[in-house]
Design a protein around this ligand. Structure first.
Ligand SMILES: [Zn+2]
Ligand SMILES: [Zn+2]
Length: 254
């Protein structure tokens, strides 16, 4: 980067910060996770930052699961080598565990939706490989009854935030949830797969044929939900289906 570009970046980031301070009524920025006062808006304090595991290379070329040691750029993990999936590539920003739970679940509570702005930037950065050459972001849909209770879909909120961070267009409501699925919380992998089977469909009049799409969701545990979305999208003719997740649960040590 040359000096003038550096200066322009510096100036624009400072102008943004000043603009933000005016909008926020010059309240000191607070850590997104614990609320402690920090120097920069939309960020974490040092303690929360250190507690949360952010995924970075070396990682599985297919699913983005972290490797303990560099394995080569195209190396894939054991799970990806052993399973057939409908999606092509997946990335997640951080590990879903006791350190990140509060931060991630904040998205589901109406008073903390400002965290989506930071999450969108993180997902845009970590998901760069998956987002390259993508036409559409497809948020995992909620059933309308649940949408009615919660007033917004947290996956759609994330997709909009990724878009705002420079990502592709959002195909809001192109994919719909046909039936309300029971909560997956206590189900094992096989039960989760049965639970979501047939739950999604393409909205009448929408055409995914030839489109390169990325499915967006907040949390991934067994991956049954995104697998079912990807299956429906591939069947609808999508040219490629990526997956971009905020927080992914990993088996201990895995
Ligand atoms: Zn904190
Ligand atoms: Zn993998």
């Amino acid at each position: 980067m040359d000096a003038s570009a550096t200066l322009a970046n510096w100036a624009s980031s400072h102008l943004r910060r000043i603009g933000r301070a005016v909008v926020d009524g010059v309240l000191p920025p607070r850590c997104l996770a614990c609320g402690e006062t920090i120097g920069e808006p939309d960020a974490l304090c040092g303690r929360c930052w250190r507690g949360i595991t952010f995924f970075a290379p070396p990682w599985c070329a297919a699913c983005g699961a972290p490797f303990a040691h560099p394995m080569g750029e195209d190396a894939i993990c054991g799970a990806c080598a052993g399973e057939r999936r409908s999606w092509d590539r997946a990335r997640s920003v951080l590990r879903y565990d006791k350190h990140s739970r509060h931060l991630v679940l904040g998205l589901k509570h109406g008073d903390r939706t400002h965290v989506a702005r930071a999450f969108g930037r993180w997902m845009h950065r970590t998901g760069a490989e998956v987002l390259a050459d993508t036409d559409l972001l497809v948020p995992v849909p909620l059933h309308w009854t649940r949408l009615f209770q919660r007033r917004y879909n947290q996956a759609a909120l994330l997709a909009q935030a990724i878009r705002s961070a420079g990502g592709p267009e959002v195909a809001a409501d192109w994919l719909v949830r046909r039936r309300r699925t029971p909560s997956q919380g206590r189900l094992g992998p096989a039960a989760r797969e049965r639970n979501v089977r047939g739950a999604f469909a393409v909205q009448a009049g929408r055409n995914f044929a030839g489109k390169r799409v990325v499915v967006v969701d907040d949390v991934m545990t067994t991956g049954a939900t995104v697998e079912e979305c990807a299956r429906v999208l591939k069947r609808a003719g999508a040219a490629s289906v990526g997956v971009l997740i905020l927080a992914r649960a990993l088996r201990v040590g895995g």
